[in-house]
Design a protein around this ligand. Sequence first.
Ligand code: ZN
Length: 111
Amino acid sequence: MRLFEGTPFDRPLRCEICEKLEGDCTCPPPEIVRTPPEEQTIVIAIEKRKRGKTVTVIRGLAADNDHAALLKQLKSTCGAGGSIQDGNLDIQGNHRETVRTLLKQQGYKLK
Ligand SMILES: [Zn+2]
């Protein structure tokens, strides 16, 4: 549902570049600007969770970082499950060294 839908403010969405209606616009999608890994300082922590579970927590990622892509890589490299939690990444189990190596390879700074 669009903002103002059903009100006089609900006008069809137009492209800001060519001013065509959204459906007619053929402009390339705007490039997503993300903070490069070199400008992100990561903290890796090993934490105990409920029922004695150990998780590797990756903190310090920029809000515009591609968390989903990084999580996918970490999960497959560690061979473990994981999730995004409040902008941090949780990887199940203790994978400090694996995570550290992968993040370094990607260019992230590590504390
Ligand atoms: Zn356009």
